[in-house]
Design a protein around this ligand. Structure first.
Ligand SMILES: [Zn+2]
Length: 88
């Protein structure tokens, strides 16, 4: 037997991305610079790379999560599996 269930959790993706990327360094490594230092172009570059990584992660997740909050899971009692179904 297969049963599809849609789970909806508003803001779950945003919270997860925030959780993951808030700990990423946004400095050039120069001891003088603060996190995301507005006066240092190297820090700005590092910060932009972190933003890019976050966007890539968001794009990947969006293949599976509709509207940033809904996910379809197919439960299969014969196969003993639960599979996240890519959105269409
Ligand atoms: Zn810097």
């Amino acid at each position: 037997m297969q049963i599809m269930i849609t789970f909806k959790t508003p803001d779950a993706v945003e919270y997860a991305l925030e959780d993951e990327f808030s700990s990423y360094e946004r400095t050039c490594g120069d001891g003088e610079c603060m996190d995301d230092d507005p006066n240092c172009p190297d820090c700005e570059e590092v910060s932009l790379k972190v933003d890019e990584q976050m966007e890539d992660a968001r794009t990947f997740i969006e293949q599976f999560v509709q509207h940033g909050e809904m996910v379809n899971i197919l439960f299969d009692t014969n196969e003993n599996t639960a599979t996240v179904i890519k959105r269409r």
